[in-house]
Design a binder for this molecule. Structure first.
Ligand SMILES: [Zn+2]
Length: 199
């Protein structure tokens, strides 16, 4: 399986292309500059077969609707974050996402020849989900290298976030983490070094 981050926008959001077969790639999150994301796909000769959203903050979804149409593919979106898909983010308006399928966590998806487990990891946002493909975890804004998601935003819940982090830590040290911002890491590294996970 191959993974490539396309990083665009004022918050340097990681949008990930993930593929076994370049003719059926996944796009995980779809932030600012959908044109840049589409161009990256073209440069890598990737056909996107599905867009998967981790959570409904604008920097992860502004491009979702435009790219859903451009790639003519289904859009998977966390049900609990539907109220966030307003079409407006810090004064900028965008096309509100029209999800094809809503996810709550606990689902298993087979897409692009890959097996995907959907994990419910609320706290940073109410409906936040993460996607696990084998030993690779796409954690959105729940867990970062050396940090955790903000819990001071509207709809955030610190207690829920702590519970979600414990759930991710339990996945095991070897799991590689691809966060919504910043560099990749592993559960083992974060368990040992992340100051927010030391209890
Ligand atoms: Zn966020």
């Amino acid at each position: 399986m191959q993974i490539e981050a396309a990083v665009f926008g004022p918050y340097a959001t990681n949008c990930y292309f993930v593929w076994e077969d370049p003719g059926q790639a996944l796009l995980i999150d779809a932030g600012f500059l959908p044109g840049g994301i589409a161009r990256t796909a073209k440069e890598r000769s990737l056909e996107v077969c599905a867009i998967l959203i981790t959570h409904g903050h604008g920097d992860h979804i502004i491009g979702a609707e435009q790219l859903r149409k451009a790639f003519a593919c289904p859009l998977y979106y966390p049900e609990g974050d539907l109220p966030l898909a307003t079409g407006s983010f810090i004064g900028e308006s965008y096309e509100a996402p029209q999800p094809t399928k809503l996810l709550r966590g606990g689902e298993h998806l087979s897409l692009g020849g890959m097996e995907i487990d959907v994990l419910y990891v609320p706290g940073h946002s109410p409906g936040h989900i993460a996607y696990r493909i084998g030993d690779d975890l796409f954690s959105g804004d729940c867990l970062f290298r050396g940090g955790i998601g903000r819990f001071d935003l509207e709809g955030s819940d610190e207690v829920a976030l702590q519970r979600s982090l414990a759930q991710l830590v339990a996945l095991g040290d070897d799991v590689r983490v691809h966060p919504g911002h910043g560099p990749a890491t592993t559960i083992g590294r974060e368990r040992r070094e992340n100051p927010f996970l030391q209890v």
